[in-house]
Design a protein around this ligand. Structure first.
Ligand code: AMP
Ligand code: GLY
Length: 437
C-alpha cells in the first residue's frame, strides 16, 4: 500500500466514472483526484482537469502528466482505452522507473471484451460453459454454415462496436442479412471484419461482476440491468436503462457455480497465458436449464451497474481499487451497505439511435435533495452556466432505501423532479421486486 495521500487519475466521462469519482473522493486517503473528462459537470466538481490532450495518438502526454503530478493510481473506466493498451502505457513512471498502480487490465486482458473470437477460444481452452459458436471472415462460408443449422444463430461482430455489434435475428433471412451487412457492407467497420455465429440461448439473462487482482477474486453484489429501451423489455437494445441491486434473479448457489465454473477457470487461463489482469471481470450470462452459460465477457464495471454499486459501497473505495491494482485483494476490507439500490437512467430524445443533445435540464438540485438519492451525470455538460444534455444516457438517478420498494419510490420521485425536452425513462425498473438487500 502507498504511504501518504494517494493521487489518482480517473479516465472516462460517463455515469460510471462519476460514480467512481464520488466514491474515490470520499476516501480520507485521497491526495488529488485528476480526471480526463471534466466536461462532465459531476466529475468536474470533484476532480482537477487534466490539462494535456487526451487521445490514443498522444498518450505519451498523459503519461508525462502522470509523472509530473505524481499519480499513484490510474483508474480506467471504459473499454476503449483498455482495448488500446492504456493500462500498459500508463503503468511505468518514467521519472522513477517504478510501476504505478493501474485499475484496469492490460491490452491482452482487455481482448476478452474487444475480441469475441479470442474470448471464445479462451473459454473453450478453459472448459467454461458458453454458447456453441464459430467464427467467419467470409460471408459465403458463414451463410453456408448457417444453412446447416435449424434455427437462426446470433450474429456478432467480434470487435468493439459500441454495444451494437450483436444481432439476435428471428428468421434465417434476417440472420443472412445481418451476416451480409457486417461482412460485405462493413456495417461495423474494423470491428466487423470477423463475425461469430452463436447458438441462440434461452433463459434469464444476468451479469456477475467480480474484482480480481490477478490471483484472487471478490464477487460483487449481483445487479440486474435492463437493456431494452421501453417498459416490459420492449424496444431496441441500449447500453442499459436502469439497474437494481442486489438482484434476486441469481441465487447464492448459482453465484457460487458461476464463480467455480466461469470466473476461477478464466482467472487460471489468464495466469497461464501470463496476462496481467487487475480490474473487473464482468460475465454476461444466460441461465439456461443446462446451467449458466457465458454470452460475453467485459473487462470493466458495467454502466449503469457501477452506479448502484458505488452508492452501496460502505468501505473505502480507494482501498478497494488500490488492492485490486496491487495484488492485495485478499487483505482488504470491502463492504456494501445492506440497503437496496435502484438506478433509473434518464435518456435523451432519439436515444439509442439518434440522441438529441443541447436540451436544458432543470430540477437537478431538488432531485438530489430527495432522501437517499444521488444523481450521477452520464451525458451532460454546462453551456452558459446551464446543465444541458450531451449524450444518449443523460443521468443515472440512483437511490438507496431500506427496501427495494423504498429505493424505487425515491428514485422515481427524483426522476419526476428532473425535466428536459424529450426525456425518456423506463417506469418498471425494480417493479415488483421485493427482495431486501
Ligand atoms: P453481448 O454483447 O454478447 O452480451 O450481446 C448483447 C445481447 O444480445 C445480450 O445481452 C443478449 O441479450 C443477446 N445475446 C447475445 N448472445 C446471445 C445468445 N447466444 N443467445 C441469446 N441471446 C444472446
Ligand atoms: N450495462 C451493460 C454494460 O455496461 O455493458
Amino acid at each position: 500500500m502507498i504511504d501518504g495521500p494517494i493521487n489518482v487519475l480517473l479516465i472516462g466521462g460517463g455515469g460510471r466514472e462519476h460514480a467512481l469519482a464520488l466514491a474515490i473522493s470520499k476516501s480520507p486517503k485521497l491526495g488529488t483526484l485528476h480526471a480526463t473528462h471534466t466536461g462532465n459537470p459531476g466529475i468536474a466538481k470533484l476532480a482537477k482537469a487534466v490539462d494535456v490532450p487526451v487521445s490514443h495518438e498522444e498518450l505519451y502526454r498523459l503519461a508525462q502528466y502522470c509523472d509530473k503530478h505524481e499519480i499513484h493510481l490510474v483508474v480506467i473506466g471504459p473499454e476503449d482505452p483498455l482495448a488500446q493498451g492504456w493500462a500498459d502505457a500508463l503503468r511505468t513512471n518514467k521519472n522513477t522507473g517504478k510501476d504505478r498502480l493501474v485499475f484496469g487490465p492490460s491490452l491482452k486482458g482487455a481482448m476478452l471484451e474487444a475480441d469475441k473470437a479470442y474470448a471464445k477460444q479462451v473459454m473453450r481452452g478453459a472448459s467454461i460453459p458458453t454458447a456453441e459458436g464459430k467464427t467467419f471472415k467470409d460471408a459465403g462460408f458463414a451463410i453456408e454454415y448457417l444453412r446447416t443449422r435449424d434455427e437462426p444463430y446470433v450474429v456478432k461482430a467480434t470487435g468493439l462496436a459500441k454495444g451494437k455489434g450483436v444481432i439476435v435475428p428471428e428468421t434465417m433471412e434476417d440472420a443472412e442479412a445481418a451476416i451480409k451487412s457486417i461482412l460485405r457492407d462493413g456495417a461495423f467497420g474494423e470491428a466487423g471484419k470477423e463475425i461469430l455465429l452463436e447458438e441462440r440461448l434461452k433463459g434469464t439473462e444476468v451479469s456477475v461482476l467480480a474484482l480480481t487482482d490477478g490471483s484472487s477474486l471478490y464477487v460483487l453484489p449481483a445487479c440486474q440491468d435492463h437493456k431494452r429501451l421501453m417498459d416490459g423489455d420492449k424496444g431496441p437494445n441500449t447500453g442499459g436503462m436502469g439497474v437494481f441491486c442486489p438482484s434476486g434473479t441469481i441465487d447464492e448457489t448459482t453465484m457460487r457455480e458461476v464463480e467455480r465454473e466461469v470466473l476461477v477457470p478464466l482467472l487460471d487461463a489468464l495466469r497461464r497465458d501470463e496476462i496481467e489482469f487487475h480490474g473487473v471481470l464482468y460475465a454476461g450470462l444466460m441461465l439456461t436449464p443446462g446451467g449458466a452459460k457465458v454470452l460475453e465477457f467485459n473487462v470493466r464495471f458495467g454502466d449503469p451497474e457501477c452506479q448502484p454499486l458505488m452508492a452501496r459501497l460502505e468501505s473505502d473505495a480507494l482501498d478497494m481499487l488500490c488492492a485490486t491494482a496491487d495484488g492485495s485483494l485478499e487483505d482488504v476490507d470491502i463492504r456494501f451497505s445492506d440497503q437496496a439500490a435502484v438506478c433509473v437512467v434518464l435518456a435523451s430524445e432519439g436515444y439509442p439511435d439518434n440522441p438529441r443533445t443541447g436540451d436544458v435540464i432543470s430540477g437537478l438540485k431538488a432531485a438530489e435533495e430527495v432522501e437517499g438519492v444521488t444523481v450521477y451525470h452520464a451525458g451532460t455538460k454546462v453551456v452558459n452556466g446551464k446543465v444541458v444534455t450531451n449524450g444518449g444516457r443523460v443521468l443515472g438517478v440512483t437511490a438507496l432505501g431500506d427496501t427495494m420498494e423504498q429505493a424505487r419510490e425515491r428514485a422515481y420521485r427524483a426522476c419526476d423532479l428532473i425535466e428536459f425536452e424529450g426525456k425518456q425513462l423506463r417506469r418498471d425498473i425494480a417493479l415488483g421486486v421485493t427482495a431486501n438487500a
